[in-house]
Design a protein. Structure first.
Length: 161
């Protein structure tokens, strides 16, 4: 158990700050989520035991919606992910507060549905901050080095007057 706590503490120190939410409050609020969701690491370590009705929330922050391997998502959540929906603070919070309404608005489809029927009235930003501890920091794609303006200038000295 100690390695889990050590890893969680280290990830807190290494993770970016999520000023919008309070991870400690999110840990407590996550109790509402445990009946359907678990947090199980990529190595199979059970961080938070929970139900299997919903997908594993390990790595959910920054994940493309509807993409957790092995989970059977509804077609509308898959469509949202295929359309580019990635779980960030804003989308996660809006979805947790009203899953069906979020998908209907996001997809522009008044008939869109979500398998998640629970609506989280408050604290979604805290849960997001809590779950961010268990999500690898998304690496930004390597940018090609921009040409340095100074490097492109000629090394010739200006003519003296």
């Amino acid at each position: 158990m100690k390695p889990v706590l050590t890893a969680a503490l280290l990830s807190l120190l290494a993770a970016p700050a999520f000023a919008e939410g309070d991870a400690a409050k999110g840990e407590k609020a996550f109790n509402k989520c445990k009946s359907c969701h678990a947090v199980v690491s990529d190595t199979g370590e059970k961080i938070i035991k929970g139900g299997k009705t919903g997908p594993n929330l390990w790595g959910v922050v920054g994940r493309t919606a509807g993409s957790y391997e092995g989970f059977r998502y509804g077609k509308d959540l898959i469509a949202a992910g295929e359309g580019g929906l990635v779980w960030d603070l804003e989308s996660f919070t809006a979805y947790a507060q009203d899953p069906r309404g979020f998908l209907r608005e996001h997809l522009g489809d008044s008939k869109a549905k979500s398998k998640m029927s629970f609506k989280l009235k408050k604290g979604a930003e805290d849960i997001y901050a809590f779950l961010a501890q268990f999500s690898p920091v998304a690496e930004e794609p390597a940018e090609e080095p921009a040409e340095d303006a100074a490097a492109t200038e000629t090394t010739e000295q200006p003519a003296s007057e």
